[in-house]
Write a protein that binds this ligand. Sequence first.
Ligand SMILES: Nc1ncnc2c1ncn2[C@@H]1O[C@H](COP(=O)(O)OP(=O)(O)OP(=O)(O)O)[C@@H](O)[C@H]1O
Length: 264
Amino acid sequence: MSIDVALSNVSWKREGKMILSEIDWEVKSGEHWAVLGLNGSGKTTLLNMINGYIWPTNGTVQVLGNLFGKTDIRELRKSIGWVSSSLQERIRGTELGVNVVLSGKYASIGLYEHPGDEEYHKAYQLMEQLDCAELAENPYQSCSQGEKQKLLIARGLMGDPKLLILDEPTTGLDFLAREDLLESVSRMASEKGAPTIIFVTHHTEEILPVFSHTLLLRGGKVFDQGQTERVLTSGNLSAFLHEEVEVEWQRNRPWMLLKEKVKE
Ligand SMILES: Nc1ncnc2c1ncn2[C@@H]1O[C@H](COP(=O)(O)OP(=O)(O)OP(=O)(O)O)[C@@H](O)[C@H]1O
């Protein structure tokens, strides 16, 4: 099995501070990983490194078989789909839903090309897959937060990426919209030929069964990584958070609660 992401002894230092320290992480082709960490733990920095926006101070980064430093990053980025809140803010409000999706083919923010029938067919197919085809003719600005995220995920898939990065895709969604989005992601991830997915979240219960592996990031270091059920235990997460928590698995999802403190 080939390895899609290989970070070896990766560190990143800024203004005298270690933002990432000695990260070793391997994501095999076809695996789906969740990355969990508190605010400021280095998740976005890690993703920026995988996308080649920043370079490690130490260590090596290999993505889809390309060793950074010896590869054309712009070309490589065409094989990576990326959905993040910063992307969401950059899309023009008047752009129609279908055009937002189509623009993913050209890795551009607006649509400046003239897509053919094949591209339109694919865009509609992806919107069907994510259950948002009815948004095709709607301006992006009129879509709800959850609808925008679905369009952006479809956009991310438009270029047939081998790797899809979803950076906190449920931020700002209400309970139902979140469950709906998670369901769409899970369905898409289970399809034959789905890309390898890295899903960044703050919430354990968003780690659906399709995310077979989890990486815990704390203070820029890997606290633990491996099979999700092994990593997300009450003991492990209590040590990770420096707070006593209990993990309850319901419907194959890990729900985390603060342990009740016994009053003296
Ligand atoms: N260019 C930079 N220069 C200096 N410090 C930085 C830089 N980029 C990030 N940091 C710091 O690195 C730490 C990790 O930031 P990062 O955004 O990667 O965390 P995160 O896990 O994505 O957080 P959140 O969950 O809040 O999005 C933070 O303390 C941040 O201030």
